[in-house]
Ligand binder design. Structure first.
Ligand code: FE
Length: 288
């Protein structure tokens, strides 16, 4: 039996996942940091990709028309521009610092295409599962321009926290990001920290949590994590990350596990095989 956490218990690293180079869409080079498997289930998270390159040939093909059903996608741009267009006429132009939170629900067919032919492209795409009773909800978008997301100083003054989803407590005075009210209660923070800084933040006990270091190096709990590695966190009440000699940047992600069966077939994530077959059939027969 796991012991109940005390309110101050620091979550320690249970597993370290290195980003693996791969490509997706029309030849876009990216790092697949995490993807769901029955052996590695960071419920409700299904996938985390990072794309980071200065070479146009690595991203220029983009992600032409493709479907999604049964989950949410979060795109967070750091550098570059990406245009999203779907089959219902929705358009969203994402620039540096912007976020798009898409609830695919019962079905979206969309493209995500770079709006530049040179220069740096850097960002993330995260997939978050939906509970069974929300998988067939109407699709919804939240386009969140960078200036509408709070950027809060760390308590020790060593850096800043961009609050994308959920809350950053900042000691006593909780600051909420623009994304609220989702069943899985996701927390998504982007932390930029100078050398010898500390991030210390309560995260709901029992929620799945991880830290993805994308620049520099950090001590997550007691373990040293280098850039482009994801640290899966174990039980506890607080997430603690210390920077070392250099500047470091990392994402903190947490959410409530759904605890339902996951059946994934590419861009369709449902609870049963029959629902996947239905998704493929609906897509092929133009019912999205
Ligand atoms: Fe997509």
């Amino acid at each position: 039996m796991p012991q109940p956490s005390t309110p101050t218990e620091i979550r320690q690293v249970e597993q370290v996942l290195p980003g693996r180079p791969t490509h997706d869409g029309a030849g876009v080079k990216l790092l697949r940091v995490y993807s769901y498997s029955p052996e590695l289930n960071l419920d409700p998270f299904l996938m985390l990709d990072e794309f980071a390159t200065d070479e146009a040939s690595d991203y220029i093909g983009g992600f032409p028309d493709h479907p999604h059903r049964g989950f949410e996608t979060v795109t967070y741009m750091l550098d570059g521009r990406m245009l999203h267009q779907d089959h219902m006429g929705n358009r969203g132009d994402l620039g540096p610092g912007d976020v798009q939170w898409m609830t695919a629900g019962r079905g979206v067919i969309h493209s995500e295409m770079p709006q530049q032919t040179e220069g740096r492209m850097h960002g993330f795409q995260l997939w978050i599962n939906l509970p069974s009773d929300e998988k067939m909800c109407p699709p919804a978008y939240r386009d969140i321009p960078s200036p509408t997301m709070p950027v809060v100083d760390l308590q020790d003054g060593s850096g800043t926290v961009k609050v994308i989803a959920g809350t950053y407590s900042n000691g006593l005075d909780p600051i909420s990001g623009p994304l609220q009210g989702m069943t899985t209660e996701p927390v998504m923070l982007d932390v930029h920290m100078g050398a010898h800084g500390q991030f210390l933040e309560p995260i709901t006990v029992g929620h799945t949590a991880f830290v993805y270091v994308y620049e520099g190096e950090a001590l997550v709990g007691d373990e040293r994590i280098s850039a482009r590695h994801l640290a899966v966190l174990g039980a506890g009440a607080q997430v603690q990350v210390n920077s070392l000699e250099s500047e470091t940047r990392f994402l903190v992600l947490a959410a409530a596990p759904i605890g339902e069966p996951v059946v994934q077939y590419g861009p369709f994530v449902m609870n049963t095989r029959a629902e996947i077959e239905q998704a493929v059939q609906d897509y092929q027969s133009g019912k999205f």
